[in-house]
Design a protein around this ligand. Structure first.
Ligand code: IDP
Ligand code: MG
Length: 214
C-alpha cells in the first residue's frame, strides 16, 4: 500500500516536473541536504515519464542530470570530498546530495537488472552494510556520458587511471562509485532515490561560461 502511494506520489512529482517549461521560473530552490540515515521517500520509481524533460532534465542539453552514488567503500575510505571535487571542479552542478543507509528494498530495486547475476546477493549485502552511501544528482552538458567516463570502467583493472575507479579501486566488488549509464536509467534512479522537492534549481556563478557551446 505504501509502495503504491509512494509510486503515485513520485509519478505526480515527476510529471509536474516534466511539464515545467521554464526551470528558471520554478519556485524557491531547496537547500542541499546531507544527513546520515536520511529517509528515502520514493521506493518505487516513476518510469512512465512524458515529453523530453523528465526528472533527469532534458537529454543532450545543459539540463541533463545523472544519478551518482558514492558506495559504502568510498564513504568508509573517507574520499567523499575528493570525489565530489572532481565533478564540482569540472563545472557540473550539484543538484541534490544526501547520505543514506539503503534498505534492502532500495538496494534491490536499484540493482534489479542484475538480479540474476551470481554476485547480486553479495552486491546487495555490500550496499546495505550499514555504512552510508552518498546519493547525488549532478547536472550539466553530457553529464551522463561524461559521468561514466569520470567514474571509469566497472572493473577497476580496465578503468582509465585518471578515473575515480582507476585511481581509487582495485576490485570490481569494491569499485567505490556508481553513475547512471543512460538517460532512462538516470530518470529511473533519480526518481528512486529523490523526490522532486529535493532537487535544487539554481545557477552556479560560472554556469554560462562552462556550458557555452561557442
Ligand atoms: P556499473 O556500476 O559500472 O554500471 P554494472 O555492470 O551495472 O556496472 O554492475 C553494478 C555493480 O555490480 C558494479 O559497479 C559492481 O559493484 C558490481 N559488479 C559488477 N560486476 C561484478 C562482478 O563480476 N563481481 C562482483 N561485483 C560486480
Ligand atoms: Mg550499471
Amino acid at each position: 500500500m505504501f509502495a503504491k502511494l509512494a509510486a503515485s506520489a513520485a509519478l505526480r512529482n515527476a510529471r509536474a516536473f516534466a511539464s515545467r517549461a521554464a526551470p528558471a521560473a520554478r519556485a524557491s530552490a531547496m537547500p542541499l541536504a546531507i544527513g546520515a540515515g536520511a529517509a528515502v521517500a520514493a521506493f518505487a520509481a516513476p518510469l512512465a515519464l512524458e515529453g523530453p524533460r523528465t526528472i533527469a532534465g532534458e537529454y543532450k542539453t545543459a539540463s541533463e542530470r545523472s544519478f551518482v552514488m558514492i558506495k559504502p567503500d568510498g564513504t568508509s575510505r573517507q574520499i567523499v570530498g575528493k570525489i565530489i571535487d572532481r565533478f564540482e571542479s569540472r563545472g557540473y552542478k550539484l543538484v541534490a546530495i544526501k547520505s543514506v543507509v539503503p534498505s534492502e528494498e532500495l538496494a534491490k530495486t536499484h540493482y534489479k537488472d542484475l538480479a540474476s547475476k551470481p554476485f547480486y546477493p553479495a552486491l546487495v549485502k555490500y550496499i546495505t552494510s550499514g555504512t552510508p552511501v552518498i546519493a547525488m544528482v549532478w547536472e550539466g552538458k553530457d553529464i551522463i556520458r561524461q559521468g561514466r567516463r569520470m567514474v571509469g570502467a566497472t572493473n577497476p583493472l580496465e578503468a582509465d587511471p585518471g578515473s575515480v575507479r582507476g585511481q581509487y579501486a582495485v576490485s570490481v566488488g569494491r569499485n567505490i562509485i556508481h553513475a547512471s549509464d543512460g538517460f532512462d536509467s538516470a530518470t529511473h534512479e533519480i526518481g528512486l532515490w529523490f523526490n522532486e522537492s529535493e532537487l535544487a534549481e539554481y545557477e552556479p556563478a560560472a554556469w554560462g561560461q562552462i556550458m557555452a557551446d561557442n
